[in-house]
Design a protein around this ligand. Structure first.
Ligand code: HEM
Length: 392
């Protein structure tokens, strides 16, 4: 295969990245990707190699950043300071500050309000008849949930929805960065408020935490807030919308879910595998490492391509088949090891509730225009999904 370019956004908007990953898995599973507008990096595409790197935080560090970025942008400002961008032992200390909000008991307690919110969202979309599933359905529940956890007052949820839709959804790059800046400004005000009057929420936990024997700086708190709001909204939105499209493309599987609601739990795993919303995650080698016969030098960037690992036939028989009954289904969509997604349980519950409510209240979902894909090397999935919903 000539001219492999995994960082060309066209590939994700219009092309077939799975064809490229399939070739790499067979012919060059640890591939040296020469510099483009981004610096050169190793591209790791098979399941076993991706999993091995995720689980080896000593030799593959997160502290210099977990996403490819142009050399001219300099160091990632979150490097060594946010949950995702720290190594042990600081990573463990930071994770302990926010852990309890994502633990089983907290997530279980949120199920009834999540179910009511999902029912409202789906009812509104059905009443409207036609809608953009990405904007009107998939994006709403995760935003509401993460706002509640972070202590954003209910009266501000709609404003936050508007800002995150502009920052992470469709639209011009300039408008996206302005909206992102507005989100940070919003959190700066919330942080000031919670510093004066701490409450029982994630922002207060970050403001009052002692990590490494000192309080977090304002920048550190804001960067972690950003991490949580981005992680909490974008990925679930992409999984929900991509899952809906897969079910529309496989009507027999949608009918199966409607007939046997007990299958939804397994369907969520298949939706996560199929959609793999995080396209790549990066590490930096801390020592020379041999990986599948390739010599990786200290300081080299090593990228893990989740959507590729999740279509590896060696682990998932018939990997290109969408099958809500697939078992076992040990996909890597939520990462693995030390940095395993902290919102893994929350994301699974949000997706389960959303698909349970949809299967119960919607008989038919049909396309109502052209679905468009995101032009992104970082997140994988749909920008718009116009649909027509018919009530059950
Ligand atoms: C379908 C939904 C989701 C997907 C596909 C996803 C994907 C991932 C992946 C692949 C990682 C590992 C990053 C690494 O190893 O460097 C991760 C970590 C993380 N995710 Fe998620 N995520 C999802 C939902 C959520 C939710 C709901 C939250 C809620 C706040 C969240 C917050 C985070 C945070 C803070 C981390 C960093 C954890 C750490 O470094 O210890 N994610 N996520």
């Amino acid at each position: 295969m000539d001219g492999i370019n995994l960082v060309d956004p066209d590939l994700y908007e219009h092309g077939d990245p799975h064809a490229v990953w399939r070739w790499l898995r067979v012919h060059d599973p640890v591939h040296w990707h020469p510099p483009t507008h981004l610096p050169g990096f190793w591209a790791v595409t098979t399941y076993d190699n991706v999993r091995a790197v995720y689980r080896d935080h000593a030799r593959f560090s997160s502290a210099a950043g977990i996403l490819l970025r142009p050399e001219s942008h300099g160091r990632d400002p979150g490097g060594g300071r946010t949950l995702a961008l720290t190594d042990p032992p600081r990573h463990g200390e930071l994770r302990a500050v926010v852990d309890r909000w994502f633990a089983t008991t907290s997530v279980r307690a949120m199920e009834p309000p999540m179910r009511s919110a999902a029912a409202r969202i789906v009812r509104d979309a059905v009443e409207r008849g036609s809608c953009d599933f990405v904007f009107d359905v998939a994006a709403r529940l995760p935003l509401q949930v993460i706002c509640t956890l972070m202590g954003v007052p209910d009266s501000d949820h709609e404003a936050m929805f508007a800002m995150t839709s502009r920052a992470f959804g469709a639209g011009r790059a300039e408008d996206r960065s302005t909206a992102h800046f507005e989100i940070l400004q919003y959190f700066e005000a919330l942080v000031a408020d919670r510093t004066r009057r701490p409450g029982d929420d994630l922002v207060s936990a970050l403001v009052t935490a002692m990590v490494g024997g000192r309080r977090l700086s304002l920048d550190e708190v804001l960067l972690n807030c950003d991490n949580l709001i981005v992680g909490g909204t974008e990925n679930v939105r992409l999984a929900a919308a991509g899952g809906m499209l897969a079910l529309m493309d496989h009507p027999a599987q949608w009918q199966l879910l409607r007939d046997e609601p007990g299958l939804v739990r397994g369907a969520v795993e298949e939706v996560l595998r199929w959609t793999s919303p995080a396209t790549h995650i990066m590490r930096t080698a801390t020592v020379p490492v041999m990986l599948d016969g390739r010599r990786i030098a200290t300081g080299d960037r090593v990228t893990l391509w989740n959507p590729s690992a999740n279509r590896d036939d060696a682990v998932f028989p018939g990997a290109d088949r969408f099958d809500v009954r697939r078992s076992p289904n040990r996909h890597l969509s939520l990462g693995s090891g030390e940095h395993l997604c902290i919102g893994a349980l929350l994301a699974r519950v949000e997706l389960r509730i959303l698909f349970e409510v949809l299967a119960a209240h919607v008989a038919r979902i049909e396309p109502d225009g052209r679905a468009t894909r995101l032009r992104s090397v970082v997140v994988n999935g749909l920008e718009r999904l116009p649909v027509r919903l018919t009530a059950a």
